[in-house]
Design a protein around this ligand. Sequence first.
Ligand code: SF4
Ligand code: SF4
Length: 197
Amino acid sequence: MKEYFKNTYEALYTVLVGMKITFKHLFVPSVTIQYPEVKPKMPERARNRLFVNMDDCIGCDQCSRACPVNCISIETLKATPDDSPGETSQGKKKALWVTKFDIDIAKCCFCSLCVYPCPTECIKMTQVYEFSEFEREDLLYRFATLTPSEISEKQKKFEEFTAAKEAEKLAAAKAKVEKPKPVIEKKVDPNTDKKAE
Ligand code: SF4
Ligand code: SF4
């Protein structure tokens, strides 16, 4: 009988202690949020998904060279004088067409090392941190804006330009070889019967 009352008392006491803690926490501000309905605000320098503003990219490859896991792949094509890629928003003249700018975000370790060396500040971390995909292929981000036909057109233009330059160089070299050397006549000094210098 004594044991019965002791157990009852302990059970009630435990419930009351639990209820006291619960009641206390009703008035404590919550430290959790209702994610995903409520999104946490990221710190200003948080490292999330990368974005590249291709309007400002000059194709210098510095970001790709800084990447420790080689997940940035860039290909460029030299612009010809009659087909300029324009300028960046800071007024820097572009000399290259960026034909490929891929980031394999599945490999990215969000170190941000690609962001710092960019001379035009066009590659940056965004506030987007939810970008899981069902297909791995969808994690390959393609930023280049040129279409395949535009790329082949620019490739053709560049080849024509270099061929014309080469032909120009060859013609100039040929003309130099064929040009007759001027004959320098030397006067004879009548007193010494020697040729004057
Ligand atoms: S954040 Fe780091 S790993 Fe990701 S692309 Fe940039 S340099 Fe490479
Ligand atoms: S460093 Fe900047 S400008 Fe240079 S290729 Fe990368 S994104 Fe483009």
